[in-house]
Write a protein that binds this ligand. Structure first.
Ligand code: GCU
Length: 640
């Protein structure tokens, strides 16, 4: 097999630990993981695992730092990591890896680190059996699945162990092992193929990661002829099935459910609410301490484009607000960060603010379905950081969920630089206030332990603003969805304009954008808390980057910087495509030796594709709006 890239845990990431005398105190599986990590690092870098006289002590103790938390101090030449539970010790170990030699510098009193979200979960949209349209991984851009291959669990799970280790090192503690669209083979993971899930749980467990399962809401139908959540037989079916899951996997995390969404079955078929639906599963899980992640991604995907009153953005709020307070305690409503579908720019979903009596997890898309499909560099942490600031201002989040971008590709993530997105997702799930540039710096430091300044500067130059660059050359001003239908790569301005998916831009000869105001539009703006609703409702106060999400405006509409909408479209598209050329040039100046030939070559080839694709986006978007509006570019640049 091709060598697998070590991502952010090359051996040297643990050099500072491995070159010291280390004492590890505590019992249990996760402590054994810590000991194994330390012993391996010491074997490589000349340190030793000792019981006394250590430079580094990692100890489970009565320290007050909460579940999974840890405290780091340095005193008398000894660095101490103390944790109340073994998981905290594991996170403390990887924290030291990030600090490197700095962990052994000046003395300091205990510094406590606690996770910002209790559950930090990656959802794998992996299919067990290859799906005829979606393949092994739905929206996967990193080769095949790490877990499944051609209808079966992979025989060699060595890479899954490596993956679990990488995830623990950035703070992830839960993984869903199959796609939210649960097809026939995958439905069997709950029944006669439960053993596969148990095997995966065994692999993830030593790294503090619990396994969750996506289940099909209609699962009881085969046995009972119904999945009506209020039918006592259905209730008993879920209880029995769930008891069997816990008999096989005592620390099983719970279920993830996509119901009444894009063709998946749900409670509506029985005239029941989503609270009824979620609660029947929650009741089965509750005695075992499990949770249901119930997705709020419920909308009409068979909309008539002529019907201007139906607005997909409204759907989640319309469906779920009235159910607030009616979910059992172990239901977590899993809400996509934006009201539509993982576009490069959306406002934060108003549902997050509207269900105060319900636990909410925000779902982000680490896999780059709408952000360049891991062929484009698009470092997403700046977007996620904005999303989290806004979402956490609206509600206390129970958890953060990311759709994983990892696969069996030798670089894990297709684009080697997309590793930084996976890393950043974990870090923001742990510490949502971290600065995205600082996270990238951490990732660089771990991935390239001896990174010369030139490499560090190049990676920042190429990645720091790459999301804003991607936004600049794709759909303008928050309008979204000008992508090729089906696979969603590359531009197609009218690709979804007359489809049933509810993703329109309404461009005509005079203007563009979706009127979502209360005054004259769909009323979506009114779903926000009053202060924010007022901002979005006003065409003058609405932030420029969301203007076309909320308003239909003439091409001559003046933005906050004094320019017109049409000129903004031209300017950002020329600038965005130019910025990608600059990224490629910058990368080309980097000596290959600083990242290795395979890494360098993969990034170079993908940057060539990004340059091509960004030019295609620029030309299609500019030509489209020039033809619609007839307005020339103020700078006379060529628009084909
Ligand atoms: C998007 C994506 C689908 C996915 C869906 C979901 O629509 O294109 O592949 O199934 O989101 O989140 O359920």
């Amino acid at each position: 097999m091709t060598d697998v890239h070590p991502a952010w845990l090359p051996p040297a990431a643990l050099r500072a630990i491995g070159s010291r005398r280390v004492s590890v105190r505590g019992d249990g599986l996760l402590v054994r993981t810590v000991i194994a990590e330390v012993a391996q690092a010491c074997g490589r870098y000349g340190g030793a695992v000792v019981s006394g006289g250590a430079d580094l002590v990692l100890a489970v103790s009565t320290v007050d730092c909460g579940p999974e938390g840890f405290a780091v101090s340095r005193d008398g030449g000894v660095t101490t990591v103390a944790a109340a539970d073994p998981a905290g010790l594991l996170y403390g170990l990887f924290h030291l890896a990030r600090l490197g030699e700095a962990a052994f510098g000046a003395p300091h009193p205990p510094r406590v680190h606690r996770p910002g979200h209790a559950r930090r979960m990656l959802d794998h949209w992996d299919n067990v059996a290859v799906h005829p349209v979606m393949g092994q991984v739905e929206r996967g851009y990193s080769g095949g699945s790490l877990l499944w291959h051609d209808g079966a669990l992979r025989e060699d799970l060595g890479r899954v162990t490596g993956y679990a280790r990488l995830l623990a090192a950035c703070g992830i503690n839960a993984v869903t092992v199959n796609n939210v669209n649960v097809h026939a083979t995958e439905a069997r993971l709950l029944t006669d193929r439960l053993g596969d899930v148990a095997t995966l749980a065994d692999v993830f467990r030593p790294y503090g990661i619990r396994v969750h399962l996506s289940v099909n809401f209609a699962a009881p139908r085969d046995d009972l002829g119904t999945a009506d959540p209020l039918d006592p037989r259905v209730r008993a079916w879920w209880a029995l099935a769930t008891d069997a899951v816990y008999a096989a996997i005592p620390d099983f995390g719970g279920y993830v459910v996509k119901a009444d969404s894009e063709g998946q079955p749900g409670p509506f078929a029985y005239g029941r609410t989503h609270a009824d639906g979620a609660n029947v599963l929650a009741a089965a899980l509750a005695p075992h301490g499990g949770v249901v992640h119930w997705r709020a991604f419920v909308y009409d995907h068979r909309q008539d484009w002529r019907d201007r009153r139906t607005d997909r953005a409204r759907a989640a709020h319309d469906h779920f607000v009235a159910l607030d307070g009616r979910f059992l305690d172990n239901v977590v409503l899993q809400v996509k960060h934006g009201p539509v579908d993982f576009q490069p720019r959306e406002p934060v979903s108003p549902l997050i603010a509207a269900v105060p009596a319900t636990d909410v997890a925000v779902e982000l898309q680490v896999t780059q379905e709408y952000t360049g499909q891991q062929r484009h560099v698009c470092y997403l942490a700046p977007m996620w950081s904005d999303v989290l600031r806004c979402a956490r201002g609206m509600a206390v989040l129970d958890g953060l969920v990311g759709v994983s971008n990892a696969g069996d590709d030798p670089f894990w993530t297709g684009h080697p630089l997309a590793q930084a997105n996976l890393y950043a997702f974990g870090r923001l799930a742990w510490a949502p206030d971290l600065d995205p540039v600082a996270i990238l710096d951490e990732w660089i430091g771990l991935t390239f332990p001896a990174a010369p300044d030139e490499l560090r500067e190049t990676l920042h130059a190429v990645m720091d603003d790459s999301w804003r660059t991607y936004e600049a050359y794709t759909a303008p001003l928050g309008v979204g969805f000008m992508v090729r239908p089906g696979h969603h790569y590359g531009p197609d301005v009218d690709g979804y304009e007359y489809t049933p998916w509810g993703t329109y831009h309404f461009a005509d000869r005079d203007g563009v954008g979706v009127d979502r105001t209360c005054a004259t539009g769909t009323g979506f703006a009114g779903q926000y808390p009053p202060a924010l609703a007022r901002v979005y409702e006003s065409v003058y106060d609405c932030p420029d980057e969301l203007l076309l999400f909320f308003h239909h405006v003439p091409y001559g509409h003046i933005l906050h910087d004094g320019g017109t909408v049409i000129q903004h479209i031209y300017d950002t598209h020329f600038a965005g495509a130019d910025a990608v050329v600059a990224m490629r040039d910058r990368w080309a100046r980097l000596p290959v030796s600083s990242v290795g030939p395979a890494f360098a070559a993969r990034v170079s080839a993908l940057l060539d594709e990004q340059v091509r694709s960004a030019a295609e986006w620029r030309d299609q978007i500019n030509a489209y709006f020039f033809r619609k509006s007839g307005v020339r570019d103020a700078h006379g640049r060529r628009i084909p």
